[in-house]
Structure formats: structure tokens, C-alpha cells
Design a protein around this ligand. Structure first.
Ligand SMILES: C[S@@+](CC[C@H](N)C(=O)[O-])C[C@H]1O[C@@H](n2cnc3c(N)ncnc32)[C@H](O)[C@@H]1O
Length: 473
């Protein structure tokens, strides 16, 4: 059913706990029925725990601040808001932890070595906590979601004859996945955030979800699961840039708010083309995007600049239009919130039969074979417009202690970053000069950091395929 993401050989599913590669023996664990297809999957699970601890620390700090405010403001015009916010943040602390529990349990049963690349393998920029407004959007009957759903379902009815399989990439709260699943024999919800998929699956299976929405004055939301949960849905946690689907295996791929957030839209389009059947369809609904190398002064691609791009990537445009979407519209929850009305590209593409270039598989394989000499001769370059900016923040709280934190920014997005990983990136990036090949850079880092060949190539895979910070010649 699936292939290994590192060597592309058949995966055996001999137990309910994991898939194992028949060739390289890679093991992909299955948690609560959700398979995790990422490199070093078992140890990379720690990355989700790091993410949870960070979010938990943020909420815990808020609880401390609100407790202090309660004392400070006593009975005042703020007191009821402080009290309600405190209660809401405490609720969210519990909500946050729930989908991580199966991961914690798994790691307790199967202790793993430290993997300091884990964080960067599972990083999407969206934690489960950030996904709560999407759960509200998809599952509370908002008219905005209904509009997208109807639009996508109409496109499916009008354009697909074959209804074998659909994959929704970056499925998030899985509302759209659930809506289209009726049309297909088998559906796949794909997202790198395993906790989000665990939460969505448990909800769809019948467990109500209650949380507070920070962006809507911390109002309480209770979502009722859909009545019909029997559809043939499979959930898989994987990076959309390197999925475990076999070549030419899917009838339809849907992306909603995904093409605009991936670091390499061309790479994603190539991966979608690879997994689609001949003449398979790709439906997209997302903000306008730009590709590396586009003149940055021109901003995002305009609609008439998309067909040449899609044609060159082996797709024929069936339909392409601009629409408007009220993004994460929380108006009905609180009347003191802002709304964002966005321009979105809605398009339907068909995989052209006549285009046979498909070199992505060869590319991915080589990062997992240190004996492959060619890979060591490749020269990395930093992708234009995707420069990393490292920052160190210091803050003083008046008690003579200093709080220090590290962050990186890329294209305006800022993330906090573990210090060991920041140091690793600094070492690698300062060695990239457009002349040194991977072997030379490997030797430079070996003296400073000491990564072995396998870990170094894994890091290059992360930087090139997953985050597209470097290109290779
Ligand atoms: C902006 S949210 C959109 C969610 C959903 N498509 C929607 O529109 O409601 C993006 C989703 O994509 C997932 N994601 C981001 N980067 C990803 C990647 N490289 N591979 C797989 N999933 C990714 C995030 O975890 C998140 O669930």
C-alpha cells in the first residue's frame, strides 16, 4: 500500500504497530492507527514532545502572569476578564496535552536515543494549539467552510469519473477530508502534525472537543463530532515534500492553505505529480504564492502567470480563478475580533500524460546512502530569498536574572530554535560558499560538531527537501 520514503521499496505491514521496509528495514511506527512516515521515525517522535513542552511553557507562563494580575488588579474593570482568561488558559493546558499522550506513552514503552535533528524533522510552523481555530472553522458549521466544501465537492462531481482514492495534504482539522471522503473508495488525510491528526481522528470517531479560542477573547468552544464517521479514511503523518504514496497511485490530490505555506511550491507540485495517476486531478485552494527565483519585487504570482508554470511542471489547467475567503473567521464567537478577507487561488489541474520527467525519487534516495559517491560531490547554495536570520534575544525582569532565547527567521516567519540546532546551522551555513561540496562541508563540521556521515546527509535532506533552505548542484 505504501513505499519507504527513503529507498522507495515496498513496505510490509506485518503488525498493527509498524510498517517495515522490505529493503532497508526502516521502521515506521503506527500510533492509534496513524502511521508516521518520516526519517528516523521512532526517535523523531521526540520532536513533537519538544513542540508540546514549548507550547506548555508558554501557557504556564501566562497562568503565572494572570495570577499576578489577579492580585494586582483585585476588584477592577479587568477582574472578570483576568479570571475568565485564567480559567481558559488552564483548560487549554489540558486540551494541549491530550493528543500528545499517545506519543508520550509510545516513547515511554520504547525509550529512544536523543535525536537533536528530531525538532527540525517534524517542524511545520503550526502546533496543535495553533490548529484550534481551524477545528472551529471546519467543524462548527461556519458559512466560510461550507463555501469551500461546496466548491470542492462540485469540482469533484463535475470532473472526476474515477473515484478510487483521494489525499488531502495538510489536512489539519480534517473537515475537508471528511467532506470529500464520501466520493471515494479510500481517502487519506496527510499532515506532518501527528498530534493534530490524532486529535482530528479522535474527534471524527465521536469524541467531542472543548477548548478556548485565544483569538476570540478566550471564548469556550464545544464541537460536536460528525454523525457519520464510518468512511474509509486513513490518516498518515508525513511531510508533503516526500510522501509514502507509490508513483501514479492517487486519483485526486487536494491542497487547502498548503501551497502558500510550503517552502518549495515547485517541489510540492512535482511530488503531487509523482503520486497522481495518469490524468489524475489536483484541486487547490490557497493564498497566492511565489516560487524561488521569481523577482521578489513583484510579490506573489498573478493568476495569468500560473498556467505557464503548471504546464512546465506537467499539468494541464482545467480551471483557475481567484476567490475571496474569510480566513479563520471568529466573528460568531466574539463581536470584538478582526476579520481577514483573503484573496485565494482556486484551481483544478490535470496531470498531463505526455510529460515523463520524474527525477525526484532519485534525488531523495541519495541522502540515505553514504556510499553513493555522487551526493558528496554536490555543491550546496543558499536558496535565493530564503536566507536564515539568527537572532538572540535577552530580556531583563528586574531581578538581575537575564532570559535568553534564540530564534531564526526565514521569509518573515520567526521560530524559536534549540541552541544545539542553531549552532549546527550556523556551522553549516557559514561553510556554504558556492564552491565547497558536501564532502568538504562534512569535514568542516566533523571537527566542530562531529556528525557522522549518515546524520550529516540526513541534515542535508532536511535542509534541501523538507525546508528548502539550500539547493544542490
Ligand atoms: C495553515 S494549516 C491549514 C490546514 C487546512 N488545510 C485548512 O486549510 O484548514 C497548514 C497545515 O499543514 C500542515 N503542514 C505544514 N507544513 C507541512 C508539511 N511540510 N507537510 C505536511 N503537513 C504540513 C500543518 O501541520 C497544518 O495542519
Amino acid at each position: 500500500m505504501y513505499q519507504c520514503i527513503t529507498c522507495q521499496n515496498e513496505l510490509n505491514n506485518t503488525s498493527v504497530d509498524s510498517f517495515i521496509c522490505s529493503n532497508c528495514r526502516n521502521n515506521y511506527p503506527i500510533l492509534e492507527g496513524i502511521a508516521l512516515f518520516i526519517p528516523e521515525a521512532t526517535t523523531s517522535l521526540q520532536g513533537y514532545i519538544t513542540e508540546m513542552e514549548e507550547a506548555k511553557a508558554g501557557l504556564t507562563e501566562m497562568v503565572g502572569t494572570l495570577n499576578n494580575l489577579q492580585k494586582q488588579f483585585g476588584a477592577s474593570e479587568f477582574s472578570s476578564r483576568i479570571k475568565n482568561t485564567l480559567k481558559a488558559v488552564q483548560t487549554n493546558l489540558n486540551v494541549l496535552q491530550e493528543p500528545y499522550l499517545p506519543i508520550i506513552e509510545f516513547l515511554q514503552k520504547q525509550p529512544t536515543n536523543d535525536n537533536f535533528l528530531a525538532w527540525s524533522i517534524v517542524k511545520t510552523g503550526t502546533t496543535f494549539l495553533d490548529m484550534l481555530p481551524y477545528f472551529y472553522q471546519d467543524w462548527s458549521g461556519t458559512s466560510d467552510f461550507e463555501k469551500v466544501k461546496n466548491r470542492v465537492c462540485k469540482t469533484i462531481t463535475e470532473n472526476t469519473v474515477n473515484r478510487e482514492s483521494v489525499a488531502v495534504l495538510g489536512a489539519g482539522a480534517c473537515g475537508l477530508l471528511h467532506s470529500v471522503a464520501d466520493f471515494f473508495e479510500i481517502s487519506y488525510g496527510v499532515d506532518l502534525s501527528l498530534p493534530t491528526l490524532l486529535a482530528a481522528k479522535s474527534f471524527i470517531r465521536g469524541k467531542p472537543l472543548t477548548f478556548n479560542l485565544s483569538d476570540a477573547d478566550w471564548e469556550k468552544i464545544t464541537l460536536t463530532p460528525p454523525k457519520q464517521s464510518t468512511k474509509n479514511i486513513h490518516y498518515l503523518a508525513t511531510n508533503v515534500n516526500n510522501m509514502p504514496f507509490k508513483n501514479g497511485s492517487l486519483t485526486l490530490v487536494i491542497t487547502q492553505y498548503m501551497l502558500d505555506i510550503v517552502s518549495n511550491p515547485i517541489g510540492l507540485a512535482q511530488e503531487i505529480r509523482r503520486v497522481l495517476k495518469p490524468e489524475g486531478l489536483w484541486i487547490n485552494f490557497s493564498k497566492p504564492f511565489r516560487v524561488a527565483g521569481d523577482p521578489s519585487i513583484l510579490g506573489m504570482r498573478k493568476m495569468d502567470e500560473l498556467p505557464p508554470l503548471f504546464n512546465s511542471l506537467g499539468f494541464e489547467v482545467i480551471n483557475l480563478e481567484n476567490e475571496r475567503f474569510n480566513y479563520l473567521n471568529l466573528e460568531k464567537v466574539s463581536n470584538e475580533v478582526d476579520t481577514v478577507n483573503q484573496l485565494v487561488n482556486f484551481f483544478t489541474l490535470r496531470k498531463r500524460k505526455s510529460y515523463e520527467r520524474n527525477d525526484i525519487l532519485k534525488e531523495v534516495n541519495r541522502f540515505f546512502d553514504p556510499n553513493c559517491n555522487n551526493v558528496w560531490n554536490e555543491t550546496p547554495r543558499i536558496v535565493v530569498d530564503r536566507k536564515l536570520i539568527f537572532s538572540q534575544q535577552k530580556s531583563f525582569d528586574g531581578t538581575s536574572s537575564v532570559n535568553e532565547s534564540l530564534s531564526i527567521s526565514v521569509m518573515g516567519h520567526t521560530f524559536s530554535i534549540p541552541p544545539d540546532f542553531a549552532f549546527l546551522l550556523e556551522t553549516i551555513f557559514s561553510a556554504i560558499d558556492g564552491e565547497r561540496n558536501l564532502r568538504a562541508i562534512y569535514l568542516i563540521q566533523k571537527d566542530v560538531i562531529g556528525l557522522d556521515e549518515n546524520s550529516f546527509l540526513l541534515l542535508i535532506y532536511i535542509l534541501n527537501v523538507l525546508h528548502y533552505l539550500i539547493e544542490l548542484d
